[in-house]
Ligand binder design. Structure first.
Ligand code: TXA
Ligand code: MG
Length: 358
């Protein structure tokens, strides 16, 4: 591994900023997940971000800023007054924080950032190290999550090293991410229509409260509006399958169905199962599942009390833990709610589970 994990001292931030100004790329902490950052105006840096992640160039990047003026990135003349008002309401309420706004792009923003779209995605992270790095670099930073394309997003510096450690030089260590899931992405079009493109760290309910209107939610059939909504995403290397209900309420009919449909293959093919549990007693639930399936089970719990913030923070970490365990197949309990952060958690769970049909 060549990457150095650096504590966020002023010297290290200055060194990372210098590297960014020279067209290099750096993994940086944000409050959501770690990002792989490069200057948003430097073609070399942008190209390296895509190649390092093995990310297809049709998937646009989010631009990270440290302070408000948007006029370098956004074509404000393309926005109606109500659209501007809505953008301002949201940025005042949620920035800095895990909300990304997709707005008409300024011609100065390279097409590589936006994959040729006429819009640009912008967010102001609230992690102090991200803020200091953007300020020191003196340029907005394009930064996708610091994982290989389609894989689990990293929520600590060590996980970035496991994903990309052989491909990058610097990882700034800002500790474990406070939110743990990516930002909520919404677009505001010229006519002020607001659309949810990706659920994330800010709940839809709080956005609707702030604006005083319901926002449009796109269905998977229109997912190409935001390529991050491709069905296969955030996937562990192992197959992940959703259980029809929490382990405590699994019926024998449901178990029979899992076996008949080969969702639970015969023991010789899947002797050791991983289990992602939302709440409750980890050991007890693991034992119950081991008893039901007659296999060895490795369990990972998201939150003893079922707290959604804690579950979100733990989600990618626990998925990664199961992926690296000796389990051959991972099962996950369904997210108990689609309210608040539950929408983002269940979105990530569905996408992680749709990747393999074997
Ligand atoms: O929390 C986050 O947003 C993290 C941290 C590092 O800031 N970043 C992140 O980036 O999740 P990434 O590249 O993994 O996801 C960016 C999402 C993708 O779903 C992409 O398709 C969408 O934002 N996106 C970017 N620009 C867009 C645009 N112009 N129109 C629609 N969707 C866009
Ligand atoms: Mg990502």
């Amino acid at each position: 591994m060549k990457a150095r994990i650096l504590p966020p001292t002023p010297e290290n931030i200055a060194q990372a900023a210098e590297h960014l100004r020279a067209g290099g790329i750096v993994a940086m902490p944000t409050e959501t997940v770690y990002g792989l950052a490069g200057s948003c105006f430097n073609q070399n840096a942008l190209t390296r971000i895509f190649s390092t992640k093995e990310r297809p160039q049709f998937d646009p990047l989010i631009v990270h800023i440290a302070e408000s003026p948007l006029n370098l990135l956004v074509d404000e003349s393309a926005l109606s007054t109500p659209a501007k008002d809505r953008a301002e309401l949201l940025t005042r309420r949620f920035w800095p924080g895990p909300l990304t706004l997709v707005l008409p792009k300024h011609s100065a923003v390279p097409d590589l950032v936006t994959s040729g779209l006429s819009t640009v995605a912008i967010r102001m992270p609230r992690h102090p190290v991200a803020k200091m790095l953007i300020e020191a670099a003196g340029t907005p930073l394009a930064a996708p999550s610091a994982n290989r394309f389609g894989r689990i997003s990293p929520t600590c510096a060590e996980d970035v090293a496991r994903e990309l450690g052989d491909r990058i030089d610097f990882i700034l260590d800002g500790g474990p991410c406070e939110v743990g899931l990516e930002s909520t992405v919404i677009s505001i079009d010229a006519q002020a229509q607001v659309t949810l493109l990706r659920p994330g760290g800010i709940s839809v309910e709080s956005i609707e409260n702030c604006l005083g209107i319901p926002i449009r939610r796109i269905s998977d059939s229109t997912a190409l509006l935001s390529p991050g909504l491709l069905p296969q995403h955030y996937a562990p290397a192992k197959s992940l399958r959703l259980l029809p209900s929490p382990v405590v309420s699994l019926t024998s009919a449901q178990m029979k169905n899992l076996t008949e449909k080969n969702i639970l293959p015969p023991p010789r093919l899947a002797p050791h199962l991983g289990l992602l549990v939302f709440s409750g007693d980890e050991q007890q639930i693991g034992q119950a599942f081991a008893h039901l399936t007659e296999r060895t089970v490795t369990t990972a719990l998201l939150s003893v009390s079922g707290n959604l913030e804690e579950a979100a923070r733990e989600f990618f970490k626990k998925l990664r833990f199961l992926d690296h365990s000796s389990a051959t197949l991972i099962f996950a309990e369904p997210c108990p709610t689609e309210n608040g952060l539950g929408l983002a958690i269940s979105d990530r769970l569905k996408r992680a589970s749709e990747s393999r049909k074997d």
